[in-house]
Design a protein around this ligand. Structure first.
Ligand code: OOB
Length: 550
């Protein structure tokens, strides 16, 4: 079959100024390694060692490489061409790893969607990435991704290829892919974009984050050193594998780079993960704070042997000191705080840091060349120890989103610093303490929700006059979402509004946890105030009225 020429697309690019490129190379951060390059090497070095475990499947390094070749060649035989972007929406199964490695092997560009995403999010990502292919599991936790694929194909003509892991119905089964290995391309340019990751989406829908081979490999290679991941390590993927934290901090890619073993857990709860830890002798896992607390509680009376667990990493949202203590006491292993972002910068507390530091800080950057600025509202550096806005640039932090000049103008300074949106305090030694966010998103147990995005969906309801979505402190989730709604005419019920949002094809975690009807937003300021101020006022007033803990 001859590949049909693809229409012109926005090129994928991520580049640093030449002086920095030279510096990052000279420092040994960027070594010219690529995903297919390192996977091939490990297959040769550790051929028979187990690389990936999930369910009843155990793949050795040699088998993983062979599977990647089969899937990659099979995709090219289907008519995809190197450079095509492929949205991947798979759960925590071995297939996730072999499909992604197959894409790398074929020079195809994975675009990672979360299993929780629904039509609205996946359609947005497909369009924004100009993807022509979608790979999903048949059904996960009662949701049929083949139905979603049909809806996507009906809506997006450019989506020409749908591939399914499991029962493929009318689509192509990943298990049936086959092709000529000789057609697989040579290894890519290490400076080229390897994949697109999704941003937490602080305003509106997710932005696409282009990461290069060189920068991403550096981030997990260096993470391995900080997290003491070696060939004997066993890394458990408990959070969704598509998320940057379990993918690269040090994540399953770090583990594969080290020749270690990756175990994929289909769920993150202790009931599913504990037996796996015991069976596979897991040594390291990354969790979000609510899960870490749940695990700490469950560990007290579990029959499963968790003694292999050496390091529990917690990140994605703030772990308050009291919770940190409970995690350490409950799990009886080392705690490592991880404060990272899909755009790049990752901070870790070090394994031998004093307890006080591990409990009270979110760590310090991976690299000596991670430049960190803490600025006041006017863009001036704050005094040491004062709270300010965190900006950063460095050898694995992007310089721009894909296909989004508006977002880039807002999120990056002229000299290439990324405005993280986080408010932090910097302690001596470069340790950061996260104090919250300047922006308007809700960090719901590590899942980031854009207030603006949900407000837009609420406003589309005929009985909603106005809506403001704010984060509320929540004892379990850290933050939960609360929608303040001014009704038009007969007020709808809270339940019907929640169902409305869900019905708009959104991930379930974006459905407001709480809906509060108000007569008016009743601003104290004269005239129009910003949405941000309005959200802050509503939050404060509600907390005062209800006596919720802050
Ligand atoms: C991780 O990545 P994202 O892209 O889902 O979210 C990044 C944002 C940060 O800007 C910050 O607001 C928040 O999540 N965050 C934390 C945190 N870790 C992330 N806030 C407080 N304390 C922490 N420890 O969430 C992510 C990526 C790589 C590694 C770890 C987390």
């Amino acid at each position: 079959m001859h590949p049909v020429p693809a229409p012109p697309r926005m090129p994928l690019r991520q580049s640093w100024p030449p002086a920095l490129v030279a510096r990052y190379r000279a420092a040994g951060y960027w070594r010219g390694e690529t995903f297919p390059g390192f996977l091939r090497e490990r297959a040769a070095q550790y051929a028979d060692d187990i690389a990936v475990v999930g369910g009843d499947t155990r793949l050795s390094y040699a088998r993983l490489w062979a599977e990647a070749g089969r899937i990659g060649a099979g995709l090219l035989a289907q008519g995809l061409v190197p450079g095509d972007r492929v949205v991947v929406q798979l759960g925590n199964t071995v297939d996730f790893v072999s499909v992604v490695c197959g894409l790398f092997r074929a020079g195809l560009i994975p675009v990672y969607a979360l299993p929780a995403h629904r039509f609205t999010e996946v359609a947005h990502v497909l369009r924004k990435a100009e993807a022509n292919a979608y790979i999903a599991g048949a059904a996960v936790e009662g949701f049929d991704y083949r139905t979603l694929a049909r809806q996507l194909q009906a809506d997006i003509p450019a989506l020409r290829h749908v591939l399914i892991v499991g029962d493929a119905a009318e689509f192509v089964a990943v298990s049936a892919l086959a092709g000529d290995a000789a057609r697989l391309p040579p290894d890519p340019d290490p400076q080229s974009v390897a994949f697109l990751q999704l941003s937490g989406g602080s305003t509106g829908l997710s932005k696409l984050i282009p990461r290069t081979h060189d920068d991403y490999l550096y981030s997990f290679r260096a993470s391995n050193e900080i997290c003491a991941i070696g060939r004997d390590s066993v890394y458990l993927v408990a959070l969704p594998a598509a998320h940057n934290f379990p993918m690269s901090s040090p994540g399953f890619f770090g583990a594969l780079y080290a020749g270690a073993r990756v175990v994929l857990s289909p769920g993150a709860g202790p009931d599913v993960a504990f037996p796996l830890i015991a069976r596979e002798r897991v040594t390291c896992v990354g969790l979000v704070p609510p899960l870490a607390l749940l695990w700490a509680q469950a560990a007290a009376n579990t029959a499963h042997d968790l003694s292999s667990l050496a390091v529990v990493q917690v990140g994605g949202a703030k772990l308050v000191p009291e919770a940190a203590r409970r995690v350490i006491d409950g799990l009886g292993c080392r705690l490592q705080q991880v404060f990272g972002m899909a755009e790049g910068l990752v901070n870790y507390t070090r394994l031998h840091d004093p307890l006080d530091c591990v409990i009270h800080t979110q760590g310090r950057p991976i690299s000596a060349d991670d430049e960190v600025l803490v600025l006041d509202d006017h863009g001036n550096p704050v005094a040491e120890g004062e709270v300010g806005h965190l900006l950063t640039r460095g050898p694995y932090t992007i310089r721009g989103y894909h296909n989004d000049p508006g977002a880039n103008a807002r999120a990056f300074t002229e000299d290439g610093f990324y405005r993280t949106g986080d408010r932090v305090q910097q302690l001596p030694g470069g340790y950061l303490v996260v104090q919250g966010r300047a922006g308007d998103h809700i960090n719901r147990a590590g899942e980031k929700i854009s207030a603006e995005e949900i407000e837009d969906h609420l406003l589309a309801h005929a009985s909603v006059f106005d809506a403001a979505v704010v984060s509320m402190p929540d004892a379990y989730l850290g933050e939960r979402s609360c929608a303040f709604v001014i009704a038009r005419g007969d007020p709808p019920t809270a339940a019907s509004l929640k169902a409305w949002v869900r019905g708009r094809g959104l991930a379930a975690f974006k459905v407001p946890d709480q809906v509060v009807f108000v007569e008016a937003f009743g601003t104290t300021a004269v005239g129009k105030i910003s949405r941000r101020e309005l959200r802050a006022q509503l939050r404060e007033r509600f907390i005062e009225q209800t006596g919720e803990p802050r």
